[in-house]
Design a protein around this ligand. Structure first.
Ligand SMILES: C[S@@+](CC[C@H](N)C(=O)[O-])C[C@H]1O[C@@H](n2cnc3c(N)ncnc32)[C@H](O)[C@@H]1O
Length: 234
């Protein structure tokens, strides 16, 4: 990964645009897809996600390993999808995954079996989780705040279920820092949202900041498309 950032200025450093300008980059289709719509979309995608798991690992595996490789204790993977992160978690981690899509969770269970890993997965809305406060040592989530209908609510839930001394580790995609890549994303954004409920040009740091989570560190990679964020509960 590139651009290690000074925690003292985390959130604003490394981005030449000001906070207001970044926040003004509208996410396409904000608000109109419900949690049920997302569940339907992923019922269709689950088969593809399973077949193309190797490609996902090729493109994102090293970022997942770097961000989640030292997750400790009882670990919650929010919107775990097909369980792609599971293989990058330390063997000592006690894994719980949640997702709103039963079809994606079938893939996640199969991944636990393939890896010979103990763990549990549950169907649950990230925006209103049923876990107790402070229930997990580490909360992780990857490439998912872009699909939550209310990402701020989901991030606040991650904070609620994370122990006070725990960490929230996020790996997100968003609008690239590189002009031609960003323009391509903007061109694709509306169609992509209609198909997958995913906000291609979302600004991950802005969303985390809006949720009020203190950001410890962040790093960008892949032309600024990928952002790894470490946050702590307040
Ligand atoms: C792009 S996939 C990412 C999956 C996985 N985290 C990964 O890195 O491959 C987005 C996932 O978010 C899930 N999701 C979207 N909204 C959700 C919600 N409100 N609660 C729980 N899961 C949700 C979808 O079902 C889907 O599995």
């Amino acid at each position: 990964m590139t651009e290690a950032i000074d925690p003292a200025t985390a959130g604003d450093a490394g981005d030449s645009r000001g906070v207001d300008e970044r926040n003004s980059v509208a996410a396409p289709g904000d608000g109109h897809m419900s949690v049920e719509d997302i569940r339907d979309a992923y019922a269709e995608y689950a088969g593809w996600v399973d077949r193309l798991g190797w490609l996902d690992r090729l493109l994102t595996g090293r970022y997942r390993r770097a961000q989640f490789g030292d997750a400790r204790g009882r670990v919650l993977d929010v919107a775990c999808g097909a369980g792609t992160n599971f293989r990058y978690l330390p063997a000592s981690a006690d894994v719980v995954g949640v997702d709103v899509s039963p079809e994606m969770l079938d893939n996640a269970r199969a991944e636990l079996d393939r890896l010979g890993r103990d763990g549990q997965v549950h169907e649950m809305n990230a925006q209103a989780m049923t876990f107790d406060d402070d229930a997990f040592d580490t909360v992780i989530s990857s490439f998912s705040t872009c699909t939550f209908p209310d990402p701020v609510a989901a991030l606040r839930e991650m904070e609620r279920v994370c122990a006070p001394e725990g960490r929230i580790l996020l790996l997100e995609h968003g609008r690239s820092d590189v002009g031609p890549v960003a323009r391509y994303q903007e061109w694709r954004a509306d169609a992509h949202y209609e198909k997958a409920g995913c906000r291609l040009t979302q600004e991950p740091l802005s969303v985390v900041r809006r949720a009020g989570l203190p950001i410890e560190t962040w790093e960008k990679a892949q032309f600024g498309r990928i952002t790894a964020i470490t946050a702590t509960p307040r």
